[in-house]
Design a binder for this molecule. Structure first.
Ligand SMILES: Cc1ncc(COP(=O)(O)O)c(C=O)c1O
Length: 411
């Protein structure tokens, strides 16, 4: 308990007072039950699942220990396996790709367009008879082109998994992100809109997919009404992993989900204040956001004319304290950009069986190269991203916008 208190930054003296109180009352405290199952108290993890399902308006939410685990559990629930191809955008955190490889399926990298999300035209070009699924990533909080992508998927009988790690609380045409495809995957790691240090959720409206995701996330089957009963339906039981969320994470996740409306309103107000005050020269283009009302608003991105101007402008913005970053610098490795995914480009395997690559004749594997997605490289090397903080005051927003206006007018 005292170690937990130590995690928070209390005003001077408060931590000491709490520690004394806890030590004085130590005899009266029963240890917490930190395992979600067989819990004599109402489980915090189950509470977080219920709250998150309610927040999204979806039937089932399964808490897991990370966003990566959420993606793997979703792929496994859908039965994706060796030799099948899964399309993934060229711009996403490597976890979206690694999850495919962990299932021994083959990642096929499709380009992004000026929205910095999957380009539906390139997705269609990348489909082969082996394609099973699309992982659509709502990158940087912005909704992807769901109507077009769902239509491509329907035409080719593919399943859609939404990677909502960076866009919790975002929406598309009024529907919450993560509830449009067959399954939605969320990360609650420290850097996300909602966070419990580490953690994640898999959501779906399909009871069977939820059942199979549970099987994958807990090979001990603690989630089953009768843990040792035989399979209720073929496909319910198989060798899974342990992706269970602990009660410590569950308690934090639950509190975060309750605060989600406050965080999201903060992000939206701050972004609106900055955007309304910006006066960008016509050569600078704001990122096209497919559904601005559904933007989770954790950042604002604009494109300069060329990479050199981008670097110069970025340095000037940073020098005057604007929370800005460049998305792509040829000299700096970045796990969010396909050209640095050496594990994929060089077809690496973890074991001597050569999987994931050995499931398919070598000549039929995708050809990867650092130049294969030119739109991605082009847009990212000209992109400047301003980080938005949900607690940004009106004055700070005005300062950011004024500094951007000043620097861009000069440059
Ligand atoms: C788009 C995307 N997908 C998946 C993940 C993986 O989430 P986690 O770090 O919780 O495993 C991240 C995390 O950064 C992400 O940004």
């Amino acid at each position: 308990m005292i170690e937990l208190i130590d995690l928070w930054e209390f005003a001077p003296g408060i931590k000491e007072k709490l520690s004394v109180l806890i030590q004085e009352r130590a005899d009266e405290l029963n240890g917490p039950h930190l395992f979600r199952y067989y819990n004599p108290r109402p489980s915090k993890v189950a509470g977080a699942e219920q709250a998150f399902a309610g927040f999204l308006g979806v039937k089932y939410a399964l808490a897991v220990n990370s966003g990566t685990s959420a993606l793997i559990a979703a792929l496994r629930a859908l039965g994706v396996g060796a030799g099948e191809e899964v399309i993934v955008p060229a711009y996403t955190f490597f976890a979206s790709v690694a999850a495919i490889g962990v299932c021994n399926a083959i990642p096929v990298i499709a380009d992004v367009d000026e929205t910095l999300t999957l380009d539906p035209k390139d997705v269609e070009r990348k489909i082969t008879p082996r394609t099973r699924a699309l992982i659509v990533v709502h990158m940087r909080g912005k909704p992807a082109q769901m109507d077009e992508l769902m239509a491509v998927a329907a035409r080719h009988r593919l399943v859609v998994i939404e990677d909502v790690a960076q866009a919790a609380g975002g929406s598309y045409k009024g529907r919450m992100l993560g509830t449009i495809g067959a399954m939605g995957c969320f990360s609650f790691d420290y850097f996300k809109i909602l966070n419990s240090g580490e953690g994640g959720f898999v959501v779906t409206n399909d009871e069977w997919l939820h059942t199979r995701a549970q099987s994958w996330h807990d090979c001990a089957a603690c989630w089953r009404p009768n843990r040792y009963a035989t399979e209720r339906r073929e496909g319910e039981l198989f060798c899974g992993e342990n992706y269970r969320m602990s009660e410590l994470q569950g308690a934090v996740a639950l509190a975060q989900i309750r605060k989600a409306p406050k965080y999201l309103a903060g992000y939206r107000d701050a972004l609106r204040r900055i955007a309304d005050r910006l006066m960008l020269p016509s050569s600078v283009k704001i990122q096209r956001v497919i559904d601005p009302a559904g933007d989770a608003c954790s950042n604002l991105i604009f494109f300069m004319t060329d990479a050199e101007t981008t670097k110069r402008t970025l340095a000037a913005l940073q020098a005057c304290g604007v929370p800005a970053g460049g998305i792509h610098d040829h000299k700096v490795k970045d796990w969010h950009i396909y050209s640095y995914w050496e594990q994929i480009l060089d077809k690496k395997s973890v074991a001597r069986d050569g999987l994931l690559w050995s499931a398919v004749p070598a000549a039929e594997l995708p050809r990867y190269s650092p130049a294969m997605c030119p739109q991605c490289t082009n847009y990212l090397s000209r992109a400047i991203m301003i980080d938005i903080h949900w607690q940004c005051t009106p004055r700070e927003c005005a300062q950011i916008a004024d500094a951007v206006n000043l620097m861009l007018a000069g440059g």
